[in-house]
Design a protein around this ligand. Structure first.
Ligand code: AMP
Ligand code: ZN
Length: 432
């Protein structure tokens, strides 16, 4: 049941002590980097005075801008000879941030992914199809190494080419997949197109859904369509990538591995830590990274720690499904809205298909939200009255939640743009 029982179920006292020791070692390494060397000198930080994990608050926060300013090698804490791999963020704006790994780093990361997948029930008897982009993106190679470490048979399918994915699943009797949630919904329409029922005609039993925010409703919809159990997987390239936080069989929040990371939730405005249970921005510190330690990284991701122990017996705290990113938040007529709120509502309405898009426009002094929604194919049968009712229902549902009236446009199944990677949910045309 556990990949590493002792670590996964370690009591919180011992876990904190371990974090304190590892934090000390991390700081010794970090001070060798150009960035932290300079920063520690500026604030007069005596690394030796940081003794326990509670002292983490005395350390400076690190932002994406810091990483960009020190591009490419300013965060390195070792010589370049020791590095064996580079990855980068999948960000489409600005210069992507790069992260470098030593052999030790890849080993530790691989172990975390094995721990996660094993926790969700994957074993050496499984056939694992990894449907993520290989290359600089961490979701490909990260999971690949972890699954091999468990001893599963790995099919490095990569992203896209839906018909081939289905063929691979059938020919090789794939039992576990790693897939982006928006792509899982799209793929289900391709299953329909080729007349294959994933529930009946495949051996799929486990899915790892990650890389983008998705609601509980979306997870349940995907589970229903495929007949497997789906587990939420979270990570960001700056902290290695996937393997940071993962759902256990309870499917109630993601255990974030506190032997590898210090976890803080801060108020994004005051930058002060908030207690467990309160929502805020996740801030994390690497504890085992050799090549490029990062301290108190502001992830921009909004969540909270779920207080209390988990039924599964693991002691590492759980974080809740993400609400979104601080930089994804839309402000419309003074109202703060996250794309996931729209998604949650849409998933509830029968007749809604598998894709949607939000477009923001400025008309004079007025902001307008257009929500384009694909209709489910079985609903798209030329009955205009039915479509009109559907449009009205969606408008009312959204209005009730986000308090402004969106302009809902129903579109044909499969007509909205699809990406192989993370879905682009919002197009903001309001910029002057
Ligand atoms: P990357 O640039 O590929 O490192 O992207 C990392 C970002 O993807 C995170 O900071 C999150 O915003 C997002 N992300 C990854 N996994 C999840 C998840 N399971 N739920 C919500 N957001 C996620
Ligand atoms: Zn658990």
């Amino acid at each position: 049941m556990y990949w590493e029982k002792e670590i996964e179920t370690m009591n919180q006292n011992d876990l904190s002590k371990l974090q304190g020791v590892r934090l000390g070692e991390t700081l010794e390494r970090a001070k060798k980097s150009i960035h932290y060397g300079k920063r520690f000198a500026e604030i007069g930080l005596d690394v030796g005075a940081i003794k326990t994990v509670a002292d983490v608050e005395k350390l400076p926060l690190t932002t994406k801008e810091d990483l960009r300013e020190n591009w490419p090698y300013g965060f390195l804490a070792c010589s370049r000879d020791e590095l064996i791999r580079m990855h980068s963020s999948s960000g489409t704006t600005g210069r992507a941030t790069v992260v470098f790994h030593t052999a030790g780093d890849i080993g530790a990361w691989t172990n975390l992914l094995a721990r996660c997948m094993y926790m969700a029930g994957m074993r050496r008897s499984d056939v694992f199809q990894n449907m993520m982009t290989y290359g600089l993106f961490t979701g490909g190679l990260g999971f690949h190494y972890g699954a091999e470490k468990i001893g599963a048979l790995v099919i490095p399918a990569g992203a896209g080419n839906s018909k081939r994915q289905i063929q691979l699943m059938r020919d090789f009797e794939t039992t576990a997949i790693h897939i982006i949630p928006s792509y899982a919904l799209h793929l289900s329409t391709v299953f329909q197109e080729v007349g294959v029922d994933p529930r009946r005609d495949t051996k799929l039993r486990i899915a790892f859904l990650g890389a983008e925010p998705h609601s509980e409703k979306m997870r349940r919809k995907i589970e229903d369509l495929y007949g497997f159990k789906a587990f939420n997987s979270y990570g960001l390239s700056e902290m290695n990538g996937p393997g940071m936080a993962f759902e256990c069989p309870e499917q109630n929040g993601m255990h974030i591995w506190e032997d590898n990371y210090i976890v803080e939730i801060i108020d994004p405005v005051t930058l002060k830590p908030v207690p467990d249970g309160k929502e805020g921005e996740l801030v994390t510190t690497t504890l085992l990274r050799e090549g490029m330690p990062i301290l108190r990284y502001r992830t921009k991701d909004l969540t909270r720690v779920i207080p209390g122990p988990c039924e599964c017996g693991r002691t590492h705290r759980r974080i809740e499904r993400f609400k979104g990113r601080t930089d994804d938040m839309m402000i419309l007529k003074g109202v703060n809205i996250f794309p996931i709120q729209i998604e949650k509502k849409l998933m509830d309405v029968p007749g809604v298909g598998t894709n949607f898009q939000i477009i923001l426009e400025r008309k004079g002094f007025n902001d307008e939200m257009i929500v384009k929604v694909e209709v489910a194919s079985e609903f798209f049968d030329g009955d205009l009255l039915k479509l009109e009712r559907l449009q009205r229902r969606i408008t009312d549902e959204l209005k009730g939640d986000i308090l402004i009236t969106p302009n809902v446009e129903l579109v044909e199944p499969g007509s909205l743009p699809k990406t192989e990677g993370k879905a682009v949910r919002v197009i903001d045309n309001r910029k002057d």
